[in-house]
Design a protein around this ligand. Structure first.
Ligand SMILES: [Zn+2]
Length: 254
């Protein structure tokens, strides 16, 4: 151990108990939040959320937008060169969209594609790029409504950056936000999404060998993680969305 500065007011380390499940009531939320940032989830565990027409439209628009982005990325050459190219041709990398809740249309949405090829950077996965886009206060953003209505991102004033946290974990990047992605996120991205407290992840193409949302692993189900998020697998054809042009080498980590 190095010598610590003498003026450092060090209290001895201690342990305390933290909640391991979401709060079901506002009273429980207040109690649990005093110990650890806790999600308010008034539904019982495992109970599916109601799908209103508005929520279905919101989800269909988001998934259509993200598929369009992935196809555009492929056309622009953002493809992987995997061993199975002979079977699949060049595999497309995924695209992601982060949306606010459907009842909050003013929340900006963020779209990003995988840029591992164009940036020559191995960590530029789509999910990490889209989280980065949200975190970067200089990002050009698009509202959910705009994303649904138009294929090009409308330039709007970016949302103000989150203030500096005053207490441990009070400001997570993705609280209440939903991620739509063409391909199941890899284990690394799934853990990044978990740490950012994403609410739910919807993917179109499962990645059985590399995915972190039920494929190679199911990160939010791991013992000991301090957040859970819902996972939805999009059925091909729903909302007119197809996997055409999104076939991918099964060893690709998305
Ligand atoms: Zn990834």
């Amino acid at each position: 151990m190095p010598d610590l500065p003498p003026d450092l007011d060090l209290a001895p380390p201690y342990q305390l108990t933290v909640p391991r499940s979401a709060a079901l009531t506002p009273a429980s939320l207040a109690l649990k939040n005093a110990l650890w940032p806790t999600v308010f989830a008034p539904r019982r565990k495992g109970e599916p959320e109601d799908w209103s027409h508005a929520r279905a439209r919101w989800a269909c628009a988001a998934m259509a937008r993200v598929v369009e982005e992935a196809r555009a990325a492929r056309a622009a050459g953002e493809v992987s060169a995997c061993a199975r190219d002979a079977i699949y041709g060049l595999s497309p990398f995924p695209a992601c969209l982060l949306a606010g809740p459907p009842e909050e249309p003013a929340w900006p949405s963020y779209v990003a594609r995988d840029t591992r090829i164009s940036s020559a950077h191995r960590l530029r996965h789509a999910a990490l790029n889209v989280v980065r886009a949200l975190a970067d206060p200089t990002t050009t953003v698009t509202t959910t409504a705009a994303a649904a209505a138009t294929t090009s991102a409308a330039s709007l004033t970016p949302s103000p950056p989150a203030s500096i946290p005053t207490k441990n974990g009070q400001h997570y990047l993705l609280t209440s936000r939903s991620l739509f992605t063409t391909h199941e996120p890899c284990v690394m991205c799934s853990m990044a999404l978990l740490h950012s407290r994403v609410k739910e992840v919807f993917f179109l193409v499962p990645m059985e060998r590399t995915g972190g949302c039920g494929g190679a692993a199911c990160v939010p189900k791991l013992e000991g993680v301090n957040h859970r998020f819902a996972i939805g697998r999009w059925k091909t054809g729903t909302g007119g969305v197809s996997t055409e042009g999104l076939e991918v080498d099964e060893d690709t980590d998305s």
